[in-house]
Design a binder for this molecule. Structure first.
Ligand SMILES: NC(=O)c1ccc[n+]([C@@H]2O[C@H](COP(=O)([O-])OP(=O)(O)OC[C@H]3O[C@@H](n4cnc5c(N)ncnc54)[C@H](OP(=O)(O)O)[C@@H]3O)[C@@H](O)[C@H]2O)c1
Ligand SMILES: *[C@@H]1O[C@H](CO)[C@@H](O)[C@H](O)[C@H]1NC(C)=O
Length: 326
């Protein structure tokens, strides 16, 4: 049975994925690379992980050796860390000639914001990216939010020896599974920005479009991509035809800010439940102001052909229900 190396098991996405693998593919032995040494019992007993390796993304030799030993590498640990993806690729390259190898990389649609407008307003002419159009996928490059590792993975896949599959979810919300309460990237950056400014911001009129999906919509699709990789004896199509964009509801940043402000106020993170409009400078540094300034628009035609569905609650509905249970 093909072995899996899972990177990022304590995160929002990884914590659900490891349990889904146990449920849907109990026959596949899973190794995890994890830096938190306190959850080994949970990982082996509850999550049925076969092998636990303690380590961090900067331990290059360890990651190269692990990627060399496993048939399938799933990286839900970082879409920014270029050396991590380079180490994985180096290990895969060291596998015996002719052996089937697979890399499933999780990136994000933060690549696909239309920075021609940065005023926080929506623009009807904003680019709508299509995962079913290889010409769109060929535009992915290292200047994009997650484009560094994407480029490493895409280039590696071009020799046809490794089946590379990249999944680009939009903002992911929901609760982590397991003992570590990871917020995941988007919920984390909203929380940190609220702490930094003392309120939840949006830019200008806040009509720019954000796309997001619940963690429960992400996991079945990762399993569908895994099944595709298991089924195909050799990788089908070009590397650009193995990129999948997945999302859910399109929401205005103003509505998201208002919903987060109420939740973070209830949790005692900020002193007022009122979101505020600021200019680009007033939102400070980081990933969130970059996202909030512009529209993020895409369609999931390729992912839908593979079976992607989203029937979960929207981000605003999710945050409202969270608030009422506090
Ligand atoms: N959540 C979103 O909104 C979203 C949207 C689109 C794409 N993505 C992408 O999907 C992937 C997973 O996202 P997530 O939200 O699940 O992230 P997350 O909750 O922040 O989880 C990150 C995982 O990587 C591990 N990790 C981070 N740095 C590490 C290091 N230096 N050494 C060892 N382990 C390290 C974390 O371990 P620790 O527990 O030890 O920190 C955790 O297991 C990321 O690449 C993210 O960019 C996320
Ligand atoms: C490690 O996991 C424990 C839960 O067992 C958690 O309380 C702790 O915060 C985690 N440590 C780090 C550094 O994330």
């Amino acid at each position: 049975m093909p072995s899996i190396l899972l990177i990022g098991v304590t995160g929002l996405i990884g914590s659900h994925l490891v349990l889904a693998l146990k449920e849907k593919h109990p026959e596949l032995p899973v190794t995890v690379l994890v830096r938190n040494k306190t959850i080994d019992t949970y990982l082996s007993e509850t999550a049925a992980v076969k092998r636990i390796v303690h380590g961090s993304f900067d331990e290059k030799d360890k990651i190269v050796a692990l990627a060399k030993e496993h048939d399938i590498v799933i990286n839900v640990g970082s879409s920014w860390d270029v050396p991590l993806s380079e180490s994985i690729v180096e290990g895969l390259k060291q596998q015996p000639e002719g052996k089937k190898r697979t890399l499933i990389h999780m990136s994000g649609t933060g690549n696909f914001v239309d920075k021609r407008w940065v005023d926080g307003a929506t623009h009807a002419e904003a680019k709508v990216w299509d995962d079913n159009n290889p010409e769109d996928m060929k535009l992915i490059n290292p200047t994009m939010l997650n484009g560094g590792p994407d480029t490493v993975v895409l280039n590696h896949g071009k020799d046809g020896k490794t089946g590379t599959y990249i999944i680009y979810p939009s903002g992911v919300y929901g609760e982590a599974a397991g003992p570590i309460p990871a917020h995941g990237v988007i919920q984390f950056v909203y929380r940190e920005k609220a702490k930094e400014l003392g309120f939840v911001p949006y830019i200008g009129e806040g009509t720019a479009v954000f796309n997001s999906l619940h963690i429960k919509a992400v996991i079945p699709f990762v399993l569908q991509v895994l099944d595709l990789a298991l089924k195909d004896a050799t990788p089908q199509g070009s590397v650009y035809e193995r990129c999948f964009l997945i999302g859910g509801t399109e929401t205005k940043y103003k509505d998201i800010a208002e919903a987060f402000a109420e939740v973070l106020y209830n949790e005692g993170v900020i002193a007022s439940p009122v979101a505020k409009s600021v200019d680009r400078k007033g939102a400070g540094e980081g990933e969130l102001p970059m996202l909030m300034s512009s529209d993020m628009r895409f369609v999931s035609n390729r992912a839908k052909k593979l079976g992607y569905k989203n029937e979960e609650v929207s981000l605003v509905e999710y945050l409202r229900s969270k608030k009422s249970t506090k």
